[in-house]
Write a protein that binds this ligand. Sequence first.
Ligand code: F55
Length: 829
Amino acid sequence: SFGEKKSKVERIFELMDGFLKNDPTSLQNDILHHVEYTVARSRFSFDDFEAYQALAHSVRDRLIERWHDTQMHFKRKDPKRIYFLSLEFLMGRSLSNSVINLGIRDQFADALSQLGFELEVLAEQEGDAALGNGGLARLSACQMDSLATLDYPAVGYDYANQYGLFRQVILDGFQHEHLDFWLNFGNPWEIERVHVTYPVKFYGTVTDELLNEENGKVWVPKRTVEAVAYDNPIPGYGTRNTINLRLWAAKPSDQHNMESYNTGDYINAVVERQRAENISSILYPDDRSYQGKELRLKQQYFFVSASVQDIIRRFKDAHSTFDDFPEKVALHLNDTHPSLAIAEVMRVLVDEEHLGWNRAWNIICNVFTFTTHTVSPEGLEKIPVDLLGSLLPRHLQIIYDINFKFVEELKKRIGLDYNRLARMSIVEEGAVKSIQMANLSILCSHTVNGVSRVHSKLLTTKLFKDFYELWPEKFQYKTNGVTQRRWIVVSNPSLCALISKWLGTEDWIRDIDHLIGLREHAANGELHQEWKMVKKVNKIRLAEYIEAMSGLKVSLDAMFDVQTKRIHEYKRQLLNILGIIHRYDCIKNMDKNDRIKVVPRVCIIGGKAAPGYETAKKIIKLCHAVAEKINNDSDIGDLLKLVFIPDYNVSVAELVIPGADISQHLSTAGHEASGTGSMKFLMNGCLLLATVDGSTVEIIEEIGEDNMFLFGAKVHEVSALREKGPALKVPLQFSRVVRMVRDGYFGFKDYFKSLCDNIEGGQDYYLLGADFTSYLEAQAAADKAYVDQERWTEMSILSTAGSGRFSSDRTVEEYAQKTWGIQPCRCPF
Ligand code: F55
């Protein structure tokens, strides 16, 4: 019936038969095409960076194909989706990860080598996407990788930071913060969606016109900002599924503000409009405290509002009644940062969709899930009522209404226990009246998760005890995990090949349970040889990096001892440094015969301090001061070196972790909710020296105490030790090393005084003194074990073999089944 004319579909098939090809010639063609037409350089002359850009665009094309197919498939099948709301994602670099997950790494490597380029070298050209602070943010990234790989219909949402986390620059041993212009050289991984935009409104007043519950209220906002979507495809491994991380950028809205200025003030009107973009410009660099800043609140609401509009739009495209909403939507709150979503969904359902309060409330209670990453009450987010009321007046009302009904209900259940009512209330009275976002999140979520077993115990017995007693069934935990794709396959190709060889399969990359198969080879001499070779290769890579960064040459025979993570008092980098001083002091006092027995060490410390965190910054300076002394002491030579690795981020971690022999996780027991760095080290066959805290408790169950170096007070012992105050005994060795710092042995006497005061005279909140002896014993045990290289290698193999439980694949699987109620939805092509 179409006669001579071909159908549009036929014509498209004729022009583009199927997908992009991955043979060397096609790949080379694509790369050169992008050099010429995307990068706009001559295909006869382009440098490494330009080659990287062209390569990235060739990979991006392949991601887009799969992304389209996946989205179409999801749309057709309309499964329940998980919307992962997080204010932070630490994605790091994407190139290697993408080509590996797409299954075309080797093809690209071959294609490039024929053009005279090396894939690894080009991958180094990529900047590090640091849209987050630390563990919480990297966890989101690992979970996205697992969600894609396990074929779950997921969407990640965040706002699009213009600047990432600050770059740490060290000058004279002091941390300086530099802006991270991560988008200056373009970002080939994002796809701008100029048509996917939503207005986000702020300020204004709520009218009293429509007071009946069915109709809701009318909010007359005063400012509008436009949210524009930037999509970042996240490919799964061994599947065509490619999910979306949608980031919102703030743009001035067209209709807004211009008319409110008199015509004479045109210039100021334009300048004022541009300020809209500030909302998505900066990432708050503090990973512990909530400052109650207006800009932070704006960022939270901005991304939450755009995401909620997007989610509701997608839902309404396929459904006619909101009663189906909980069957199609799981909304996950990654900590309380996105918890305004609760009030926003409520507002949309009541004020805009006119569902009536009770129906809306019922929906809310069946869609939200919440994970907290915090252990201490000080870590909980509070938003001053005045601030919220001026920026989002209607949301404040809704939260008040939720709270009123909750407290009424609560009185019926628990009676007039006013202390408990006050603790559980969402509204906290006090000097600064504020909203307790955790209470709101717990109340409105059907599931509340901790991030490790001990963390969960602390939540149910301390932090959220009142809520637990009311709703024990809400509380769960999902021990964190990390993705083996990034933390072994991408970052440690030699180990990856070795594991696959000995397991006789690559299946462990998708199904981590296979990893345990290494255990039966743990004593195999041949494997030992190969295992040691791999470690050596990675140590060489790390040593070269250290030399390039600092000029310091380190011995490959030394034990590479690493502590890299955000700098915090509770993580006790100071304990590590004091231990190093002790080691130095011991070596200095040894005679020749004893020195021969010393196991040489390269101590590596890295991590950022929040810009306003003075004590953490002093710890960084102390590390440099001690390093200066030790590294320049010719009497010490290769027996001890101390290196601070600047600007620790995901890409640096990929280099450091595989090269570590041992890694330290020293949090005072009860302070680390989980810890995820340890899991990455573990996967890379690195031994752990750790306190029995957070996820380490569960790591012990998998690896066995004999294969780790544990020390320190246990969670239940900490408060009794603290209560002793000045009466707490500390070892002489401890007082001796602190005295060295006090007396200016490493210079900067006055500057370090407060660090010393913090840990002496009954002030030692994090119990460095109390744990010192036990710490030194664990260190001595590590030295002893290292001397027996075969035993050490066996422990190393057993560490990797036992790391399977700490894959984010397991974590995500648990979330899918026990929290989100979602099923895989695999793209069939
Ligand atoms: C960032 C911003 C604010 Cl306002 C508060 C906290 C943070 C943050 O980065 N927290 C964080 O990283 N917490 C960590 O989460 C990890 C993943 O669950 C845990 O492993 C770790 O114990 C916890 O400290």
